[in-house]
Design a protein around this ligand. Sequence first.
Ligand code: IPE
Ligand code: IPE
Ligand code: MG
Length: 238
Amino acid sequence: MSRKECIPSHIAIIMDGNGRWARQRGLIRIRGHEKGTESVREITRECAKKHLKQLTLYAFSSENWKRPKREVNLLMKLLKEYLIKERKEIEENNIRLTAIGRINELPEDVQRELTISMEESKNNTGMVLCLALNYGGRTEIVDAAKEIMRKVKEGKLRLDEITEETFREHMYMPDMPDPDLLIRTGGEMRISNFLLWEVSYAELWVTPVYWPDFRKTHLEEAIRDYANRERRFGGLIE
Ligand code: IPE
Ligand code: IPE
Ligand code: MG
């Protein structure tokens, strides 16, 4: 890869292993989530410094509602606190905050803080920080398909006009570039319903390190590994 291509433009991260991190230390799971916010801060700052176009963080999946109510409530509380606390850091790093997922199903106070943070940072010109909240890859595709079908029904779109580009235009964030590098912490070799449409050609990098322990050095290891990959997109390299 050329020097410029060595750094991925868009990194997406499945931040996993908070519960196991806590259990390993004899702590309750929520301590792991709390500690994980420190990794979020450090990794966001590092990615902004490296001039990434986008960092997408999987913070809460559409399946995570299955967890005990207590844990879900604490996660929502933590999310709200994070949004309030990080505004200064987001501003200082010229970051534009966005979100994907069924945001309208989140608690109202979380939605309110999210709207404020997005509004305040909307003119920032640096990295886009995208939080996947109540996000599910299948739901995203279903939501897109419904919207496309509605347009067909209303005569705004013809069936034979539908292409991959049409689908892309109806995803939660139509202008986002596909992730180049997908990182998963906590060692599990699965996608867990994250960005199903978008990761078609992402390079995967899994580390056993739990999210609360994930630091700048791990991020750099992943980027180094990425730089040595040969991306072919189904074609051949001359
Ligand atoms: C990831 O950590 C955070 C969320 C899913 C919100 P987990 O809570 O899944 O931690 P493990 O996988 O149980 O260790
Ligand atoms: C994926 O982790 C979701 C987030 C990191 C937000 P999970 O812990 O929910 O995934 P599974 O259950 O191990 O597949
Ligand atoms: Mg997990």
